[in-house]
Design a protein around this ligand. Structure first.
Ligand code: FE2
Length: 364
């Protein structure tokens, strides 16, 4: 096996550009149980933006808003609505990560730079991926602060109850028609990822809409990026609806792992998070398809959690409705019980559910 030229320790953080970071931060604290750990803004000497850093176990979210109309952040929010700007990767050597990917064709977003404060130093560099999304390489082995230099520690002013969210399982990108293979090539050639699985429109089609998807993964498997593109069907694909409203390729969903999906989803529902609805008929024959599971089917049915099985085990999953008014970004909550796949057995039920929502929005 050849040497991995881009070793990655995991997802460092995910940064959203949003219209109102103060309010979004409260949503993630209250509803998703993230703790506020750091902040940057006018009070800390940052003049043009405010950023809230939220954490639960290994997941770090950053919510950033602009304080001015004519900024890259404002333009991003105007065009895309609230959305994911940065999928940051935790590496041991940010300069080398940048050089190795740029030499293979990556477009730089910014050159390596060193940031310092009283907690030490961090090296950052970034390359562009689909749409306006970027991958920032974060080298933090000489840093002991709460997040990055320039951010001050800050704790939640509200009582936060974590709900068992553990780590980022995968992040999915939606790209334009005909561009899936282009971006799969990018991850393979530029970032050294390998193709894990392919879903064609026969796997993922309903009466109306279809999509194609390929999943790429890095060397140690910690980073998994499925890439979707629309396929033609009788009516508009859910991927086309996303592209129509996001106005470019971008992150479609972030899947977060939990060890106890019944608890996690029960809490999310109690706190007002909305999920896609799958009809009761889904549960009538699901055990014939997936076999024995440890959880009570009644509980799963009550919470509308989906089940699938592959050669290695089973998984439980559920999808939120879009988390902003545009029908764009959403979350998946997933509990893996051995299974390493993505819930192919649920695609049809799921996409029919998405189509019901598209229909309600007048976008089918
Ligand atoms: Fe997913």
């Amino acid at each position: 096996m050849t040497q991995d030229f881009l070793p990655i320790n995991g997802t460092d953080h995910i940064e959203f550009y949003v219209g109102n970071a103060k309010q979004s931060a409260l949503f993630y604290q209250y509803a998703f149980g993230f703790e506020l750990i750091a902040y940057a803004g006018p009070e800390t000497g940052v003049r043009d933006r405010a950023s809230y850093v939220l954490r639960q176990n290994k997941i770090t979210l950053v919510l950033t808003t602009s304080l001015q109309p004519d900024s890259e952040i404002s333009e991003h929010v105007k065009k895309h609505g609230d959305g994911v700007k940065v999928l940051a990767l935790w590496v041991d050597d940010a300069r080398k990560s940048f050089q190795e990917t740029v030499v293979r064709g990556a477009e730089p977003a910014f050159e390596p730079k060193v940031l310092k404060d009283e907690y030490g130093e961090v090296v950052l560099a970034a390359i562009r991926t689909y749409g306006e999304t970027v991958h920032t390489f974060v080298e933090r082995k000489h840093y002991k602060g709460p997040f990055l230099p320039g951010y001050k520690p800050r704790t939640s002013g509200v009582h936060v109850e974590p709900i068992g969210l553990k780590y980022v399982d995968h992040c999915v990108g939606n790209v334009e028609l005909g561009k899936m293979n282009h971006w799969v090539d990018f991850y393979e050639k530029v970032m050294g990822f390998s193709l894990l699985v392919t879903f064609d429109d026969k796997d993922i089609s309903t009466e109306y809409s279809a999509l194609m998807s390929k999943v790429v993964s890095n060397g140690n498997g910690y980073i998994k990026f499925p890439i979707n593109e629309p396929a033609s069907g009788k009516k508009k694909s859910q991927i086309e609806e996303y592209l129509d409203f996001y106005k470019s390729a971008g992150v479609q969903h972030i899947a977060i792992a939990t060890d106890d999906i019944i608890h996690t989803v029960g809490e999310l529902r109690r706190r007002g998070v909305e999920f896609l609805y799958v009809p009761e008929t889904y549960y009538e024959d699901v055990l014939e398809r997936v076999g024995t599971i440890n959880e009570s089917l009644e509980e799963l049915k009550k919470l509308n959690i989906l089940i699938d099985r592959d050669e290695e085990g089973y998984l439980l999953q559920i999808f939120t409705k879009p988390i902003q008014d545009r029908p764009t970004v959403f979350f998946e909550i997933i509990e893996r019980n051995g299974a390493k796949s993505f819930g192919k057995g649920n695609f049809k039920a799921l996409f029919e559910s998405i189509e019901r929502e598209q229909e309600l929005r007048g976008n089918l």
